[in-house]
Ligand binder design. Structure first.
Ligand SMILES: Cc1cc2nc3c(=O)[nH]c(=O)nc-3n(C[C@H](O)[C@H](O)[C@H](O)COP(=O)(O)O)c2cc1C
Length: 210
């Protein structure tokens, strides 16, 4: 192959690479050892907002909390949280951190990049929320409801957020991370920043820090 063609291909691949979104493979979540469920239940609490720590959360810790919140735990159709009619999770978790915003894909257990903006300071009504290493944003995904009465979507979605956030609280406690559920969010900003499709509704978020 002539040299100049090789150079053109190299330049084109570099261009493509810089345009591509950078998905993140998550480490295998922790599924054994560590603090017992009952010890975690005894310790679970919300970290006070005013003293929320600014420390980094490691990838394996984030991975474990996300898996606890809505990961697969039984083959290809079983999740750590119950979903109506056995549907796949119709509340999705978006992860906002310093490096950008991502969608947690339980199938494949990875983070799909949405943008490379740090939106943490823009999405909560309380100032302290920006200090958390990660905000896990719960978003109801209307497209994922295949066989559910539309009137039930909101109820079922909030029920899912309860289960998901409690699992995340317990996993975070077991990992000695700080966490706090936040309902006071800015849905309009989130819809815009996450480029959410029609029918998606931000419901709340969980701060994660150390
Ligand atoms: C539905 C719900 C909404 C909440 N919204 C907020 C909020 O917007 N801001 C906040 O600082 N804490 C919020 N919290 C955290 C509660 O204030 C906290 O869970 C409560 O004070 C009890 O403390 P504990 O979790 O340590 O038991 C919320 C909790 C729940 C369950």
């Amino acid at each position: 192959m002539p040299c100049f063609i090789r150079k053109v291909i190299a330049i084109l691949s570099l261009f493509c690479f810089s345009c591509c979104y950078a998905d993140i493979t998550l480490p295998t979540p922790q599924t054994r050892d560590g603090m017992s469920l009952f010890a975690s239940l005894k310790k679970r609490s919300s970290t006070p907002g005013g003293g929320f720590p600014v420390g980094q959360v490691a990838d394996d810790e984030l991975s474990t909390v996300l898996w606890a919140a809505s990961g697969l735990n039984r083959g290809k159709n079983g999740w750590t949280v119950p979903m109506a009619n056995g549907n796949s999770p119709y509340v999705r978790i978006y992860v906002a951190g310093e490096k950008g915003t991502f969608l947690y894909e339980w199938e494949g257990h990875y983070l799909k990049e949405i943008n490379n903006k740090d939106i943490r300071a823009d999405i909560g009504l309380q100032n302290f929320t920006k200090r958390a290493a990660y905000s896990l944003i719960f978003v109801s995904d209307a497209r994922a409801f295949t066989d559910i009465n539309p009137e039930q979507i909101t109820n079922f979605s909030y029920t899912a957020v309860g289960a998901m956030s409690q699992n995340a609280y317990l996993a975070a406690t077991a990992l000695k991370l700080s966490t706090r559920y936040i309902h006071s969010i800015k849905p309009d900003v989130i819809i815009q920043e996450l480029e959410l499709p029609e029918g998606s509704k931000p419901l709340g978020m969980l701060l994660l820090g150390k």
